[in-house]
Design a protein. Structure first.
Length: 139
């Protein structure tokens, strides 16, 4: 890709998995990827256990909030990733669609959410490696 790739993470409530994925990709990409997250039925607030486990990594999500999924957001994205929650997105030609099967952090304690976060982190790092191949300057 000659321009900055854009990734959209989608989950029904946009209060857990998609928020963690977006924050982790933003953190690791350091501006090399544009990142958004959204949900088809956004919650009122983020999951408190998600805030706690992300804070453990020094990532403060306290200013984040669940956002409504829009057709424009899907259309703008190069990669659309649903988070194993059965959410559906508008389909546009030329987009890459992935579904990451992940446990829902809703109602889970910090230890369980930490495991979900770490799984998402591995997937995000793999995605980043695909989207931004390393150059000599990166080594």
């Amino acid at each position: 890709m000659s321009r900055t790739p854009e990734v959209l993470f989608v989950c029904v409530h946009n209060a857990g998995r998609s928020q963690m994925a977006a924050a982790l990709l933003q953190h690791h990409a350091q501006g090399k990827v544009a990142v958004r997250s959204a949900g088809s039925a956004p919650a009122q607030t983020l999951n408190p256990a998600v805030l706690a486990v992300m804070g453990e990594l020094g990532l403060d999500l306290s200013a984040e909030f669940p956002k409504k999924l829009t057709t424009d957001a899907v259309e703008a994205a190069d990669v659309v990733i649903t988070m194993g929650c059965g959410d559906s997105c508008p389909i546009f030609p030329g987009k890459r669609y992935l579904d990451w099967q992940l446990d829902d952090p809703a109602g889970k304690g910090v230890d369980d959410v930490r495991e979900i976060r770490d799984d998402i982190d591995r997937r995000v790092r793999d995605l980043l490696a695909e989207l931004t191949p390393r150059t000599e300057d990166d080594r």
